[in-house]
Design a protein around this ligand. Structure first.
Ligand code: PA5
Ligand code: MN
Length: 192
């Protein structure tokens, strides 16, 4: 398993391959299957069925070797597979930064969206290759694949920001993103 660089991190060149969605030299890779998204899909029975039907990989996150520690600036590439469960488009878990700090995503390939929620308001940033989506401090964020091919983006974030997944389980994300007859549809988070 490749690992983060030891501190202090030296100046380095990091190459990303847009076609392969990889970073070289590579750091840790995270794979999230359907079973890792417990409590996040609106239709719990459909989620359970998807887990039983092979527990597919929903997304993966490959990181560079820059560590997630204060004052460092790590990067990662997330690739979300296309799909929907009971109409809800495949997505990342979503999280809040417990240490409120900003972050950017750069669209690399495919078509996605960035759903932002600050506990009151919801915002949506359409993400295509070349789009930079900016997350201000205090906005929880989730990425969604709205296309029919894998959606990949590069994230660059303060190493001390952290990932609070419990915040989304407690507060939701304001809206859900569904595959509708005429395209992407948004519904209230708690609508059934
Ligand atoms: O730092 C980020 O915001 C991203 O790298 C995400 O962690 C990544 O897209 C995976 O999403 P999540 O952490 O919500 O599972
Ligand atoms: Mn983040």
């Amino acid at each position: 398993m490749p690992s983060y660089s030891a501190l202090p991190v030296p100046p380095m060149s990091i190459r990303f391959d847009p076609a392969g969605g990889t970073l070289q030299p590579e750091g840790p890779t995270l794979t999230r299957r359907m079973s890792d998204l417990d409590g996040l899909f609106r239709d719990h029975a459909a989620w359970e069925q998807a887990v039983a039907d092979g527990d597919p990989v929903v997304y993966s996150v490959v990181s560079s070797r820059v560590p997630e520690v204060e004052r460092e600036l790590p990067q990662s590439i997330t690739t979300i597979q296309p799909g929907a469960t009971a109409g809800e488009l495949w997505m990342t878990k979503g999280h809040q930064h417990p240490n409120h700090q900003g972050e950017i995503y750069l669209g690399i390939s495919g078509h996605g969206g960035l759903l932002l929620f600050n506990g009151t308001e919801t915002e949506w940033v359409d993400m295509t290759p070349g789009t930079i989506g900016y997350m201000p401090p205090g906005w929880a964020h989730r990425s969604i694949n709205v296309g029919d091919e894998p959606y990949s983006f590069l994230a660059v974030y303060p190493g001390g920001a952290g990932h609070d997944y419990g915040w989304v389980l407690e507060h939701g994300m304001g809206r859900r993103v569904l595959s509708g007859a005429s395209g992407v549809e948004f519904v209230d988070y708690d609508a059934s």
